[in-house]
Design a protein around this ligand. Sequence first.
Ligand SMILES: Cc1cc2nc3c(=O)[nH]c(=O)nc-3n(C[C@H](O)[C@H](O)[C@H](O)COP(=O)(O)O)c2cc1C
Length: 176
Amino acid sequence: MTRYPISVDDLSVCPHHLWNKQSLILTSGDFAAGDYNAMAVGWGSFGTMWDRPIAMVVVRPQRYTYQFIEKYDTFTLCTFPPEYRRAIDLIGTKSGRDGNKIAEAGLTPVEASTVAAPIFAEAELVVECRKIFRTVYEPSQFVDPSIDRNYLKKDYHRVYFGEILVVAGIESYARR
Ligand SMILES: Cc1cc2nc3c(=O)[nH]c(=O)nc-3n(C[C@H](O)[C@H](O)[C@H](O)COP(=O)(O)O)c2cc1C
């Protein structure tokens, strides 16, 4: 896939559709060390915090990826063309604990430009992030108590903000 550098100011996405319908692949770890894992994410956002461009992701503690995003300083987010829907769903239903789901999905991890976590050769959009903040959803803070229905196992998401360091993508992701 040919991707071009995109200034964060020019990144153009339909946020709710991107996260909730299209989904992304979150990858954390160290590509050079061969120690990384990936999962699908559908809840999160791109925005601004502390004057910095950020990506927010939420990870339940039982995900294998949780161990990587806790241990390592960087993560990446990637989107894929529509024909990779099955691959995203596979990465989002199988666990990296149980085998090489990345190879099974037909995805090719490659070195990112600035961070240790890998990106994917097949990605249409790549966002490289440095972890700058983490917290845990605290149920006592759910102003709308119905939110708690998402946590029948009390597996409250861990929330991570990554400072966006680099964005690259196909032309349609750049503001014209
Ligand atoms: C479309 C889609 C979106 C998902 N979004 C999230 C999410 O935002 N946070 C989360 O913790 N799990 C999410 N999941 C579930 C994980 O991707 C899934 O449990 C995955 O198998 C975890 O893999 P791992 O154990 O290798 O980390 C999503 C799954 C799918 C299919």
